[in-house]
Design a binder for this molecule. Structure first.
Ligand SMILES: Cc1ncc(COP(=O)(O)O)c(C=O)c1O
Length: 371
């Protein structure tokens, strides 16, 4: 709908405003000109790329063998879907999702033949996990839990203690954990300067934890479609069968681009992070000026904030009205699960100019009493 309206400012799209780093583009052109990209790669991905991934993971305390424990995928969403198809098995078909969480999760679970089971996050406590609610939703049919850390749309981060409690539960009740860490490089506030703890760092959990990552967000490469999944060999040998059936292999030109990104573009990640940190501050300052209409939990990760509408109201209708009357696109919270109702998602992955202009319009909208 937003694309039909002229001069709309979008704070809806969850994509980086930046272009892919030059060093990555040059590597892709070089591979193309050398005639390296015409043919399929191995199903697991180019060995050189997987070796690079193995080294990067080891730098972060995760030890996975490139030969049989890492698969290069078509973005993280293919890694997630292939993992879900793998772990959903007959009656063991329930996948626990936090609400709110990334809108495509529930769809991927259904495509994989599973049933999404929502567990509400506790907004009053910074969108934290309520273990009482979580435990109630675990049954004999639970195949796994899937979450993003940092989370989309709330921008909140789960710390080590919470993650280890989830792992304890998974061990006890025998279900898989799919941890989606596509926003791990964008941390702010109390997490600024720290590296994200991952359950994939715990050797005892390696048969239970499936970790996915993507170059989409970290390196501003959403269009290149490269991600990867890693876990114990036993799990990966099943995931790779699904990956093979779905896509054969990830696009080879993009695999060369990914190699250059991992080798040479980490300074670009830092450039993006600093810029998002600034935009986060600007966004929060705007929201503070609108405290009569929105309350919010400070995001410590990703590039999203998930303000609550005051007073409570239908998020779809509000987003629709804001689009029509103010020409600003945001995502209605209900898209992120039942607990997202009466919220909107704002992306500060957009440019500073867009953020400022959009908030000027939102302020005018409220001033006019359009509520
Ligand atoms: C939490 C999360 N996971 C996965 C994805 C999918 O990204 P990609 O398939 O480009 O890696 C997104 C995209 O917005 C996301 O927000």
């Amino acid at each position: 709908m937003a694309s039909q309206i002229p001069d709309v400012i979008s704070l809806a799209q969850g994509i980086p405003s930046f272009d892919t780093p030059e060093v990555v583009k040059k590597a892709a052109i070089k591979a193309l000109n050398k005639g390296l990209v015409a043919k399929y790669s191995l199903t697991y991905g180019l060995p050189e790329l997987r070796e690079t991934i193995e080294e990067k993971l080891a730098e972060e305390g995760m030890y996975y063998d490139f030969e049989n424990e890492i698969v290069v995928t078509v973005g993280s969403i293919e890694a997630i879907t292939a993992s879900l198809v793998t772990i959903i098995d007959g009656k063991k078909n329930e996948i626990v999702l936090f609400s709110p969480s990334y809108a495509s999760y529930a769809e991927a679970v259904k495509v994989a033949g599973g049933k999404p089971v929502f567990v509400n996050l506790d907004e009053k406590n910074g969108w934290s996990v309520d273990f009482g609610s979580l435990e109630k939703k675990i049954t004999a049919n639970t195949a796994g839990i899937l979450f993003a850390n940092p989370n989309n749309p709330t921008g909140t981060v789960m710390g080590k203690e919470t993650l280890l409690r989830i792992a304890e539960l998974a061990e006890k009740k025998k279900f898989y954990i799919i941890t989606d860490e596509v926003y791990k490089d964008f941390l702010y506030g109390e997490y600024e300067g720290k590296s994200l703890f991952s359950l994939a760092q715990v050797p005892e959990l390696r048969k239970r934890v499936i970790r996915v990552f993507s170059l989409s967000k970290a390196y501003a490469m959403t269009g290149w479609r490269i991600g990867f999944v890693h876990s114990d060999e036993e799990v990966i040998k099943e995931i790779v069968k699904v990956h093979d059936a779905l896509v054969t292999c990830a696009p080879v030109i993009s695999q060369y681009a990914a190699m250059a990104a991992l080798d040479f573009a980490d300074k670009d990640i830092e450039r993006f992070r600093e810029e998002y940190a600034r935009r986060r501050d600007i966004t929060m300052a705007h929201l503070d000026e609108l405290s009569e209409f929105f309350s919010y939990e400070k995001p410590n990760g990703a590039y999203f904030v998930f303000p609550k509408l005051l007073p409570k109201r239908d998020s779809w209708q509000f987003a629709h009205d804001l689009l029509e009357k103010a020409g600003v696109a945001v995502v209605p919270g209900v898209a992120f699960g039942p607990n997202g109702e009466s919220h909107i998602r704002i992306s500060f992955g957009r440019t500073e100019k867009d953020i400022d202009r959009a908030f000027e319009r939102i302020k005018t909208y409220f001033r006019k009493g359009s509520v």
